[in-house]
Structures are given as C-alpha cells and as structure tokens.
Design a protein around this ligand. Structure first.
Ligand code: UDP
Length: 263
C-alpha cells in the first residue's frame, strides 16, 4: 500500500492518504506528550509497541463483533485503517477513580466504582479538552442522540471485553479513552460508527493486580521512570513479545531489531 500525502499530524500519530479514498495509513510516533503539550519527550520504541498492542486489542474486539477502523498492520509503525470522520469527542470509561476524576470531584484515589462511569470530553486542545455533558453534544451537533446511544452501548461492551482480557494477564483496567468515527461501509453503501484511533498504554490506565504498579502513560506523566518497560510488560503479558526480549538491551535507534512473535 503506497503512502501518499500527509493528511494530519497529531501528538502521537500521523495520518497519510493512500490511493483508495476510503483508506488511510496511521503511523505511530515515539513522541509522548502530557498536560496538554506542556510536557514533551521522545520515548524510543513507544510507537512500535503501541502499534502492536493496539493492533492486538482492536483485532480481538473485532472478533467479538465490535466494528473498528483497523484493516491490518503494515509494518512496525504503521497500520492501514478505514478513513473515518471522527466525532470531536473523547469517550472516557472509568472502573476505578484516579486522575482528573479524583481532582475534579474530590473522590478518593483508587475508589472502585459500582458500575463503569462514562464521561465525554470535547476534543479541543486550546480548551484543554473540557468535560461536557450529553446535552452539550446534542446542542452543538457533535453527535446525535441515536449515535451517542449506540456509542455508549459499544463503549460498555468494549470495557467488558477489555476488563476480562487484562484481568487474565494480571492487569486491572482502571480507565481508558476511546474515539469513534463514521466510516464508509462498501457492502451496505452507508456510513457506520467504528472504533477509531488506538487503544494502548497511552490511552488506558493499567495497574498490576498484585502490586498496583502502573504499566501505562502515567509513568511518563508522573516521572515514574521505566516508561517503555511498562509498555513492554503489557506487550509481553499479551504474548505479543517473547519473554526473553529485554527492552533495555534493544537499540531503539534501529527499531526493526525488536523481536515480536509472529502471528
Ligand atoms: N486520556 C487519553 N487522552 C487524553 C486524556 C485522557 O488517552 O487526552 C486517557 C487517560 O490515559 C486515562 C483516561 O483517559 O486512561 C482518563 O483520563 P483522565 O481524565 O483522568 O485524564 P488526566 O487528565 O488525569 O490524564
């Protein structure tokens, strides 16, 4: 699949066009940002790991009947995806209180929520992605009531599947952010809602069940060190990286040297 012009460059990914107007290429960068771009750094190998982890998770979701934008992984850093018109909303699902929720409402860190909590944020960097209600979404036409009803149902289903997937490898899924878009379905000749973007340690909070050690982007946000080792641990437990690979011995200048298991 030939890579065409750059369509969009975000904080962690780049989108390129292809010859097919309904397909684009998603490239995972090593750039890490937090606190609305105030903190920036390169975490070598992060893009390679996120590409692989997100491919694994989205493929599994797809097998469970969730429609996603993923077509296939192309190489170490790139995926072929369906072009989607992204809703300008970040959909957050929480199982355990932490992060902005604890600060905003003075909820104790680590409170296990009785049922998953769905939140919506308006995707607007200049405004620091503010929390919004469904009424805001409808008022400003960011999505319809019908679309949000469908998305809420999919988000809760994704949460169920991921809770189980991570629990099976000794990880608590604390919370995560997902994005959705509308993509063309050539069979029905209509647009349909698909899960877009990525699901990776950049977009989830993942804690070791026993030690509560953080294996996600909070290692970067909170300067906990060993960021890539956290991501690598997730990949290893998902069995997409061989046990013996030690990231500290890998020269990420040559990312092709990372050994992954063949599918
Ligand atoms: N999240 C994300 N991108 C964002 C904001 C949040 O992927 O721009 C994820 C974050 O990793 C966490 C969840 O969404 O898994 C909830 O994040 P929270 O609102 O607590 O954000 P904080 O401001 O504390 O990072």
């Amino acid at each position: 699949m030939n890579k065409g012009n750059k369509l969009y460059e975000g904080k962690a990914k780049i989108i390129y066009e292809t010859r097919d107007k309904n397909l684009v290429i998603q490239h995972f960068k090593d750039d890490a940002t937090a606190f609305n771009n105030l903190k920036k750094s390169k975490v070598e190998g992060k893009g390679v790991l996120n590409n692989r982890i997100s491919e694994y998770i989205l493929s599994n979701l797809s097998q469970c009947g969730i429609k996603t934008h993923l077509v296939k992984r192309l190489n170490m850093r790139e995926q072929l995806i369906r072009k989607a018109e992204i809703f300008p909303i970040e959909f957050i699902v929480r199982n355990i209180a932490t992060g902005s929720l604890t600060k905003r409402l003075d909820i104790s860190e680590g409170t296990v929520l009785e049922k998953p909590l769905l939140e919506y944020c308006y995707k607007k960097d200049e405004l620091h992605d503010p929390l919004i209600s469904k009424e805001h979404i409808y008022s400003f036409g960011w999505a319809t009531e019908k679309e949000i009803k469908e998305i809420d149902k999919i988000s809760l289903r994704i949460n169920d599947i991921l809770l189980g997937m991570f629990r099976g490898i000794g990880i608590k899924l604390v919370d995560f952010k997902i994005e959705y878009g509308k993509a063309w379905n050539k069979d029905t000749e209509e647009k349909e809602i698909v899960l877009a973007d990525e699901i990776s340690p950049d977009t989830c909070r993942l804690w070791d069940v026993k030690t509560e050690k953080k294996l996600d982007k909070d290692r970067f946000r909170k300067d906990l060190g060993n960021v890539i080792q956290g991501y690598q641990e997730v990949a290893r437990r998902l069995s997409i990286m061989p046990e013996e690979t030690n990231i500290s011995e890998v020269n990420f200048g040559k990312t092709t040297s990372i050994k992954f298991k063949k599918k």
